[in-house]
Design a protein around this ligand. Structure first.
Ligand code: ADP
Ligand code: MG
Ligand code: MG
Length: 251
């Protein structure tokens, strides 16, 4: 059981952004992707979730043996895939509680109703875990939320939807150090042999809390390095430039 990506190429507005991604995330593992701005990290996460602006031109993606690229956004979600967006969308006029309830209801087995008592009990427990005030249930989804509040709300969605494969796209940006710790604890509380994570980040500090099993470096649409936690320290001390140096030396 795993998420397998083979030679994935994707275009955005006719420009090739992903240039042959190969990646395998076995069930139970936490993988991190680091990489310079514009390298294609968000593009990869959006392609995996089926965002219509991103055109796959070559390659494959398999989720527990199912062909991910053949599935609708909805089917991907029901198969257990979840993406916490780098820039969460605002949904004016829809309360956060109604939005979350609809998302949870959509994941229920056919014909089963998510009753209000169960929903609010679960919602409040997860909000308490994330240190979110109750007023965030009645406010419109992400509308007027600060950067950090939006990120916390993404993690709230993740905790409620209980996905098998969770992708977190720069969920740490905009969080102060206390929120970062709370959010990381939320992620860590979900770690299990049955669940995998792909954590996209610019910064070592998130990976000090969420210790990844494997670290990948994405540069210009390709994975140029894969290693363990030591790769994070190397990037932190030397930046991304050293990858170019070592790449040249290897040629
Ligand atoms: P990262 O997340 O690593 O910072 P992105 O995947 O967001 O990088 O972007 C990779 C490249 O694709 C950038 O050059 C960006 O401008 C371009 N790009 C991404 N999404 C779009 C889009 N919707 N429209 C036009 N260009 C895009
Ligand atoms: Mg970026
Ligand atoms: Mg990005």
């Amino acid at each position: 059981m795993s998420l397998v990506i083979k030679n994935l190429h994707a275009n955005v507005q006719g420009t090739e952004i992903l240039k042959g991604i190969n990646l395998e995330i076995p069930k139970g593992e936490v993988h991190a992707i680091m990489g310079p701005n514009g390298s294609g990290k968000s593009t990869l996460s959006k392609v995996l979730c089926g965002h219509p602006d991103y055109e796959v031109t070559e390659g494959e993606a398999w989720l527990d043996g199912q062909n991910l690229l053949d599935m609708s956004i909805d089917e991907r979600s029901r198969a257990g895939l979840f993406l916490a967006f780098q820039y969460p969308m605002e949904v004016p006029g829809v309360s956060n509680a109604n939005f979350l309830r609809a998302a949870m209801q959509a994941r229920m087995p056919h014909g089963e109703e998510l009753d209000a008592v169960t929903f609010y009990k679960t919602l409040y427990a997860k909000m308490d875990q994330l240190g979110m005030a109750r007023k965030f249930t009645s406010r419109a989804v992400n509308e007027g939320f600060s950067g950090g509040e939006k990120k916390r709300n993404e993690v709230l969605q993740m905790l409620l939807l209980d996905p098998l494969y969770a992708i977190l796209d720069e969920t740490d940006s905009g969080l102060d150090i206390d929120a970062l710790r709370i959010v990381s604890e939320g992620v860590n509380s979900m770690r299990s042999p049955f669940r995998s994570f792909l954590v996209i980040t610019h910064y070592k500090r998130l990976l000090d809390y969420i210790r990844p099993d494997v670290v990948h470096v994405l540069a210009d649409g390709r994975i140029v390095r894969t290693g363990g936690g030591e790769l994070v320290d190397e990037l932190e001390s030397r930046g991304y430039e050293f990858l170019k140096e070592t790449e040249t030396a290897e040629k």
